[in-house]
Design a binder for this molecule. Sequence first.
Ligand SMILES: [Zn+2]
Length: 155
Amino acid sequence: MTEKVYARNVEALKSGTVIDHIPAGQGLRILRLFQLAEYRERVTVGLNLPSGHMGSKDLIKIENVVLSEEQANELALFAPRGTVSVIEDFAVVRKQKLAIPDTVEGIFACPNSNCVSHVEPVQSHFSVRVTEHDTKMKCKYCEKVFSKDIVVDVR
Ligand SMILES: [Zn+2]
């Protein structure tokens, strides 16, 4: 009985955001890159949870925070099939759409180690282009084009 009460306290979200269907392994990176812990709200992270169609997935719940449209779109680069649910009073009131953004600023470092963005005090800036087989990201500073996965995987 006590176990059940505890589980409910951890899992139930009164209001805030649930980010679900994150590919396993990306949850902690999303938490860090989007600085979700900086809101000083309660954050619950589930890693390697079983998922029917994905095998395993990560999940993030954050209390009293709603992602901006810009954040939701940047999230699409990590979790193309991710879902973002806005919770009020323990119920889902809205699902935020994730659409690959046209540009991404300040989240990823340029994979080109000779890029001027590493030495100048500038925010990284990529323009994003979705092609049939890949998503390409072009750095504004060195003008090199990278596959999205290469940019997203740079730590
Ligand atoms: Zn660059």
